[in-house]
Design a protein around this ligand. Structure first.
Ligand code: HEM
Length: 123
C-alpha cells in the first residue's frame, strides 16, 4: 500500500532507494561514484537532511546545495535522467501531497542547477 512521505523513516527510504538506482545507472553511476568514492554514508546522511528540511519542514540541512555540482560533466540529458529516476522511484513507493511536492521541488532545483551550470560553463 502506497502512502505519503511523512516521517524521517519515509525520507530515508526515499533517499536510499533513489541512490541505489543512481549508483548502478549507466549514465549517472560513474559520475556519482567518481565524485563520492568511499563517502557514500556521508552523502546519504546529507541527503536525508536535505529532503527532511524540504518535505517535513524540519530544518536539519545547513549546506550549500549547488557548489558541488558546478564542475560536474553534466548537461540536459543527465538532469533528465536524474529526474526520471527520482520520479519513478517516488511513484513506485509513495503517493500524496508530499510525494507530489518532492517531484515538483526536484524538478525546480534541477532546472536551477542546470541553468547555473550552463551560465558558468566556459565555452
Ligand atoms: C551533492 C551529483 C542533481 C542535490 C552531489 C554530489 C554529487 C552530485 C556527485 C556529491 C558531491 C560530493 O560530496 O563530493 C549530481 C548529479 C546530478 C545532481 C550528477 C544531476 C545530473 C541534483 C539535484 C538535486 C541535488 C537535482 C536536488 C534536487 C544535491 C545536494 C547535495 C548534492 C543537496 C549535497 C550538497 C552539500 O554538500 O551540502 N550531487 N547531483 N543534486 N546534490 Fe546532486
Amino acid at each position: 500500500q502506497k502512502h505519503d512521505i511523512l516521517t524521517l523513516d519515509d525520507v530515508k527510504l526515499l533517499v536510499n532507494t533513489f541512490y541505489d538506482k543512481i549508483r548502478v545507472d549507466p549514465m549517472l553511476g560513474g559520475i556519482f561514484n567518481g565524485a563520492i568514492q568511499d563517502r557514500w554514508p556521508e552523502h546519504l546522511e546529507k541527503m536525508y537532511r536535505f529532503w527532511q528540511s524540504i518535505l517535513l519542514e524540519e530544518n536539519t540541512y545547513n549546506g550549500r546545495p549547488f557548489p558541488p555540482h558546478m564542475q560536474l560533466p553534466v548537461g540536459k540529458e543527465h538532469f533528465d535522467q536524474w529526474l526520471k529516476l527520482f520520479f519513478d522511484n517516488i511513484d513506485a513507493q509513495f503517493e500524496g501531497e508530499k510525494a507530489h511536492e518532492a517531484k515538483w521541488r526536484a524538478y525546480k532545483i534541477a532546472q536551477t542547477f542546470h541553468s547555473k551550470i550552463e551560465y558558468f560553463r566556459q565555452n
